[in-house]
Each structure stands twice: as C-alpha cells, then as structure tokens.
Design a protein around this ligand. Sequence first.
Ligand code: 4AD
Ligand code: MG
Length: 430
Amino acid sequence: MKTTISQVAKHVGEEVTIGAWLANKRSSGKIAFLQLRDGTGFIQGVVVKAEVEEDVFQAAKNITQETSLYVTGTVAEDTRSPFGYELQVKGLEVIHESTDFPITPKEHGTEFLMDHRHLWLRSKKQHAVMKIRNEIIRSTYQFFNDHDYVKIDPPILTGSSAEGTTELFHTKYFDEEAYLSQSGQLYMEAAAMAFGKVFSFGPTFRAEKSKTRRHLIEFWMIEPEMAFVEHEESLEIQEQYVSFIAQSVLENCKLELDILERDTDKLAKIQAPFPRITYDEAIDLLKEKGFDDIEWGEDFGAPHETAIAESFEKPVFITHYPADIKAFYMKPDPDRPEVVLCADLIAPEGYGEVIGGSQRIDDLALMEQRYQEHDLTGDAYQWYLELRKYGSVPHSGFGLGLERTVAWFAGVEHVRETIPFPRLLNRLYP
Ligand code: 4AD
Ligand code: MG
C-alpha cells in the first residue's frame, strides 16, 4: 500500500511503499541505514543483508544522496528514533539517480547555501523552519476566523504609499507611476468600514537599503483592522493573537522545535497579558542602561530594542511614540497631541519589532491637516480621505511581520532562513 511518512503510525506491522529521497546513509557489510525523507517527514529505513535479495542490499549500499526511490518495507515502532518509527526494508526501486548533490552532510558557508536555496530547502533544519512558518499561517487563519474577521486581499500594485515614500519599489503601470505595496493598511481601513473586522495576509515590499538580520526586501505581513476598536483594545487583540500562534507552534511543532534545538521554555512564556511601557519610559530605561546619547524624539534602532527587550521575559509593547517619527495616519493622544496612540511589539531575545500598530485618525479635518503637512496631494489619497466623510468611526489595526515572527519562534538568527526564497539587498536568485 502506498503511503507517506506522516501516515506510518497508522500502519505499524504492515507492509507499505513510500516515495522518498535519500537524505543520508550509513552502511556496513551486513546492514544499511537509509535516512529517508518524503517532504511529510523523515524516517530511517533499515536494510539487513540476510533478510533481502542480494540486489536490494547492493542497491541500498550504492545509493547516492538525493536519489529518488520507492521503498517498500514493514513499519515498526522505534523508541530510539525522534520520529518514533522505522521501516524494515524489503524492496527498493530507484526512480532517478542523483549524482554529486552539492549540499553534503558537511558544513557549508551561508552564501553557498543561499546560492543553492532551491536545494537547501530539502534539509532537515530548513524543513523544520518552513513547517513552523506554515503553522503560524494556519493558526493565524484559525484565530481570526474564530473571532469573526473576514479575510480581505488588498492590492499589491498601488498608487498610494502607506509608510512613506523613501522605501517604495517603483514600477510602470502602463503610462502611470505605480508602486509595489509596502502595506495593505489603507485598503484594510476601507474594508473595516465595510466588514467591521478584517485581516489580510500577503507579500509587501520595501526597497530598504538595510542589510540586517531583520530586514527583507519582500516580506509577508498579517494586517488586521478593526472598526469601533480603540488603542487599548487593539493591544489586547494583539497579545491574544500572538499568544495563540505561539502556543499553537509549541503544541503542533514539537518535532520541528526539537530539530532546531529551540528553548521551548521561552516560548511557553508567550502568554497574554504582555507588559506595556511608554516611549518616555523606554527613553528613561535606555538612559539607565547606558545609552546616554539618546534624545526624546529619536527613533529606536536594533540595539535600543534589544536592550529594552532584555528587561522583560515576555514581548513588550512600547506605546505613545512622538508623532514626528511615526506615520501620518496615527491618531494623536487627546491628552498629549505630540505623541500618538500607537504601539510596537518588541520580541524578547533580540528578535526585534514584530508588530507595528496604531489607532487611526478618524477626524476629517485633522486628516486633511496631516495631508498638507505630508504633502499628500493628487487623486491617490482622496479615496482614503473619503473614509472619514461617511460615518467615520474610531478604528485601529496592526501589522505583524511573518518572517520576524518565524525567526523568533523557531530560534533562527536571520530572517533569510524564514522565507522559502528570500529577496535581500544583494540577492534576487534563486
Ligand atoms: O511597522 P510597519 O512598517 O507597519 C506597517 O506597515 C503598518 N501599516 C501596519 C498596520 O498597521 N497595518 O511594519 C509592520 C511589521 C514590522 O513590525 C515588522 O515585523 C515587519 O512588518 N517588517 C519587516 N519584516 C521584514 N523585513 C522588513 N524590511 C520589514 N519591515 C517591516
Ligand atoms: Mg514599524
């Protein structure tokens, strides 16, 4: 019977056939151990010379890394294996022989591995990271569906920028100038006025010249937007959501976290509520920690965020940033208009800002004033202004960067390993 490695638990004691690739192999004169992978999982195939036809044993001994094959054997429980099962091989049928696979079990440099990303994805570690990414996506849909959100898809080709114009990817749209979307937010605000609670999940693009462990040129963002929700309530939604996806990964990706040697005690702590500090308090904290040069009104860089995060075991919200260093659409604090009703969620362990969010300006006159200050003229933004004309309501939203979240949960140092084919400053291939 043909099956997959993910299903072998249902076939203990039975003979099955699995389509697989050879990941690695050990053999002696009497026995061969084949590390097999089929995409759904990994299993060891044991070939005992005395128990199979001679040609099967010879085939097992000669088989090369990444050769594809059909393996037939009996499923047995194996308590020593982290996967729990092994296959007592009876027959092998090579589908396609692979020669000189470039990624051998020895160590390789990162640039070499990145050049071979299309093949590197087959490795156990990369496989584990992508499974964790998949679980975050799955549980994201579950969380928002369970809370009555509607999934809305904002456009990728746009004429209006949400996050400022310096990082835009320009492209021609026939005779017009267009950009690749930096954020779906402006469209999600329109959607929230039509559907109440909405979320999007899609690629976003930023022509950032930063070459750091946290920056990608193309990254995926989850952007919820909620009508009738103010700043405080939005923070509660954010901490509930992040706790939910963290606990889903802990529960459903045990093997993957084990392969990655992730300290799961750290993930277990990701439970709402999360601490909140204001930007002002963050400045004081930084000064205490020896950042003497930081002045009120400056934005935080990675070293600042890491230093702040070190004071907390859980992710921490930094709220009420100065309006001047944040986006034009954020609502000023009514008690103190020089700061805005916003929050960045900073992950522990140096993974940096994973969420940026805010309550949005809902007053037409104030939004018009911001347009003038930010020189937002022309038709591109008129539709966005109109959302404040027809039954404007308080509303808030946020954007969670998927790759930074994967890096954090999986315990991966650099975001380039958290997306199948990373687009980086110096990399458009493979
Ligand atoms: O803080 P940002 O720029 O917020 C927005 O785009 C809002 N419009 C979202 C909203 O309110 N709907 O980006 C949100 C998140 C960041 O916190 C970070 O996790 C991620 O997107 N991010 C990046 N991830 C990887 N590479 C980059 N270059 C990123 N830039 C932002
Ligand atoms: Mg931000």
